[in-house]
Ligand binder design. Sequence first.
Ligand SMILES: C[S@@+](CC[C@H](N)C(=O)[O-])C[C@H]1O[C@@H](n2cnc3c(N)ncnc32)[C@H](O)[C@@H]1O
Length: 317
Amino acid sequence: MACLVMPQRSRWPMLGMIALALVTVMQPQPGGAQDYGDTPYVQTPQNVVDRMLQVANVGPGDYVIDLGSGDGRMVITAARKYGARGFGVDLDRRLVQLANRLAARAGVADRAVFYERDLYDTDLSAASVVTIYLLPEVNLMVRPKLLATLKPGTRIVSHDYNMGDWPPDQQMVLDAPDKPVGRDKKSKVFFWVVPANAAGKWRWRLPVDGKPADFELVVSQNFQTITGSMMVGGNAWKLENARLSGVDVSFTANDPRAATRYAFAGRIAGHGITGTARVTGASIQRQLEWDATRTELGAPAHALLKKPELRDLQQLQ
Ligand SMILES: C[S@@+](CC[C@H](N)C(=O)[O-])C[C@H]1O[C@@H](n2cnc3c(N)ncnc32)[C@H](O)[C@@H]1O
């Protein structure tokens, strides 16, 4: 997108000019109203489309939603090459018509459908993968909706722009010789997994030194980053290696008196976690079933952020 090569400060005032330039570059079909909404139309080069779908590990079980779908290449490729289903939405009626025609031509009209719709009014609940190629500010505007309405574990992949302070789980730069904008002919790809809410207080019982003990874990969360503290039978244990990816949570905890290490790994479902605890020490090595219950629900820090307003974003520049 043209704004890649512009300094942040000048992006919004230049948007009209960019849209104009890009409309010329893309030579849209004549006739009919155009509404480029927040983000002007620029195609993602096909090799970048493929890489985005591969990074998101799209397969036949997936439901892909492209927000701002242009000529439909993201969802059409997901259906044609990777066996997925899905839909795209765009404000531009002619692009929506074009995308539906191209889906029919590719023989995937039953699995790749396009609607004239505002992405902010789109129900995302069916998605297992969401793809975007929007402006950085638009990514920030749509981020609260993605975090609040997508199922934990849903993968998000973005062309060229990140999501502000939500760190990506993966990112890469690749050559994009067919990119219609930018001088360096490179594209960035950013990938996230929507994290479950792990925040709050969790309790369970497991044997320690052969006797049942109460474990209490307090988790703080910001996006997929989790930190916490653990008490076991009234003693503090050191919590390390805490990780959250979608609904998958894992961490280790050390019994300070016995040099015994507990490695927990499980899946969050609502207010429960089920998984395993691998216990290793000088004379012990065993795997236990692990069932935790959330006794106090916490709010991840990112959920407490207010939705950014356009005027806030303008003030940031
Ligand atoms: C940069 S293009 C990306 C097209 C396509 N996803 C791709 O990667 O090739 C962004 C698209 O978003 C559409 N768009 C902009 N704002 C939108 C909104 N609020 N709701 C739906 N579509 C929007 C534009 O019409 C444009 O087609």
